[in-house]
Design a binder for this molecule. Structure first.
Ligand SMILES: O=C(CO)[C@H](O)[C@H](O)COP(=O)(O)O
Ligand SMILES: [Fe+2]
Length: 219
């Protein structure tokens, strides 16, 4: 069985102490870094872009899982590979030619991910799931950290797990938004492989310990 992973989202870190927070994740039991790129068009917020990711990559000793919340992501696939992204997830809702975009991501040597907004059905991935390495199920409306988890996500995880099995796909299931110690176990039991956690980790008193607790919760 696939090992269950925790990916802290640096969106909730202290940007004035980014290197310190990256080192904390390096030393912790976390598995990946989750990096949220927002353009102020696809989502009503702007986060950070390539120069910041390039700087993060110099210090990060774990895989960089980049979540693009941007329109027309095809324009930047090559650049994200150059600055150090290992996984690149685009939003289903932002792609006109999703299959082509997935191939382009893989051509650049990255794993290809597709993120779905809470209102987007997993059924829409029926014809692309075999080409997808990672599905990011948004459990909040994208754009901001610190929002409440949407309960319907459990149903979506189960539906997606069935689709993956039915189509013999190797896609992993990642959950993004409002993850905490209260929903982590139930998400993994429903079929999730990777849990992104931003606020729950970085706004806690002891982030290293919080990551450890989340890992124990899903072991
Ligand atoms: O993609 C995102 C927001 O669009 C973030 O990854 C997500 O919100 C994680 O933050 P938190 O755990 O605080 O909800
Ligand atoms: Fe994200």
């Amino acid at each position: 069985m696939q090992k269950k992973l925790v990916a802290p989202s640096l969106l909730a870190s202290d940007f004035a102490n980014l290197q310190r927070d990256i080192e904390m994740v390096n030393q912790s039991e976390a598995d990946w870094f989750h990096l949220d790129v927002m353009d102020g068009v696809f989502v009503p917020n702007i986060s950070f872009g390539m120069p910041v990711i390039q700087a993060m990559a110099k210090h990060a000793k774990k895989l960089l899982d980049v979540h693009l919340m941007i329109v027309d992501p095809d324009r930047y696939i090559k650049t994200f590979a150059e600055v150090g992204a290992n996984n690149l997830s685009v939003h289903y809702e932002a792609c006109t030619h999703l299959h082509r975009t997935l191939q382009a991501i893989k051509m650049e040597g990255m794993k290809a991910g597709v993120a779905l907004n809470p209102h987007t059905s997993v059924k829409l991935l029926e014809d692309t799931i075999a080409d997808i390495d990672l599905v990011v199920l948004m459990s909040v409306n994208p754009g901001f950290g610190g929002q409440a988890f949407i309960e319907n996500t459990y149903n979506k995880v189960k539906d997606l797990k069935n689709l993956i099995e039915q189509k013999n796909s190797g896609a992993l299931i990642e959950i993004d938004g409002g993850v905490n110690a209260g929903n982590a176990k139930k998400l993994v039991e429903a079929g999730a492989d990777i849990l992104v956690a931003g606020s729950f980790v970085f706004k806690s008193e002891n982030p290293t310990e919080t990551i450890k607790k989340l890992k124990e919760e899903i072991a």
